[in-house]
Design a protein around this ligand. Sequence first.
Ligand SMILES: [Zn+2]
Length: 472
Amino acid sequence: MYNTLKMMYTNTYSCVNINNKVTDWFKTENGCRQGDVLSPTAFSIIINDLLKELNTSGLGVKLDANLIISVLAFADDIVLIAESAENLQKLIDIVHKWSAKWRFIVNPEKSQIVHFRNAPKAQTGHVFKLHTDGPVLEKVNSYKYLGVYFDEYLTFKKATDILATAGGRALGAMINKYKALNDLGYDTYTKLYNSLVSPIIDYGSSVWGFKSYDNLDKIQNRATRFFIGVHRFAPILGHVGDMGWGSNRSRWKLNILRLWNRLVGMDNNRLLKNVFLWDRGQHSTTNKSNFNAQVKQILIDCNMKTLYTNLHPVDIDRLKVIFREKDMLSWENSVKDKCKLDFLTQIKPTLSIEPFVKLNIGRYERSLLAQLRYGILQIQLETGRYNNEKRENRLCKICDRGVVEDQYHFVFHCPAYNDKRNVFTALMQTRIPEWGTMNDTQKFEILFKNHSRALGKFVRDLFLYRKNLIYK
Ligand SMILES: [Zn+2]
């Protein structure tokens, strides 16, 4: 084994392949072989001595008497942590000595210092150096570790801003592809979103997903808004409610609980498990708001506190159902306060995938139906609002009968559309035996529920006809 390794690393030469042209061969005298399956193991063996030295230095973050953490390492990405600037400098000195001994070079450009603290405490004035005569290490306010930005106050603002930018780009690309494919319907759209966009905006959410983030909610809202086909100022609760997708926050809570499941099942001699148990102890003695506090609160909200107390894993599928119900309840409560959505609340009692959304009707019809539901269809009810007219003064100018032009008047009563409406009514009477005895709200309800294709076509006819009348 030793001889094999020795041979592999004796007289090694490399060259670089650029656009299928290779450069001259050059001798490689240090480092692991590029692309070799053995390299990560070889590197681990080498770096292990350093990690041991750092961990036995006693300079790191003291969790308890037997648990001091000085270093986190993932391949060649090494993070030193300490409770004071002086101790951190001592850890850096250890790394420097070790690297000099083994002829490694630590890149000062890629090494930075973050001072984690509570706001608004000022950043440390300590000057960190790689070695006494070496370059000063830059102090920054965040650092990316394993793809997640940790900022100095642990707000995760930067982390989620960056995810929002990436998620927005992914959504843009997805929408472009979707447009080119000519509207594939709700299920495909949802699947595309769940596989192309939500994995990006959820990245690391088991760590930061303990609160809501506007920047990420905006991405999901843009996705539902695009599919429904309404403008930027359309009431969010409208399209969110009709698409019936779960909230970001519910997905993140599930991710937090998935991490919980991994942690409670983890072997007790793993470092991560020990940190987890320390975190738990911290919460129980000081009531600190930490990971365990988050899990506990989530489980209390679900009447499952005993799982927290007994360190039991949770049933993720069951939690999915519970979070779904919670999303529905919170939607119902918020929609009640929105006077703009009074029409929607009359015909739609809960957050659920609406049939008109699932039905493969044209984009224009889908958009018109949504606008009608959310009170933003361009009839007097909405356009009068732009001129600050009182609701009772937004009268129908098409028939001029002194009646407010709202959804009911426009679809069921305005005499200007009698010819078209008679055809529609006759069709509905054949389909719905009770039609004659129903009130307007009941009619809208059943139309949206079972006849949204016919309703969409009818509303489109009325709306285009109305446009013509106005331009004349
Ligand atoms: Zn009218």
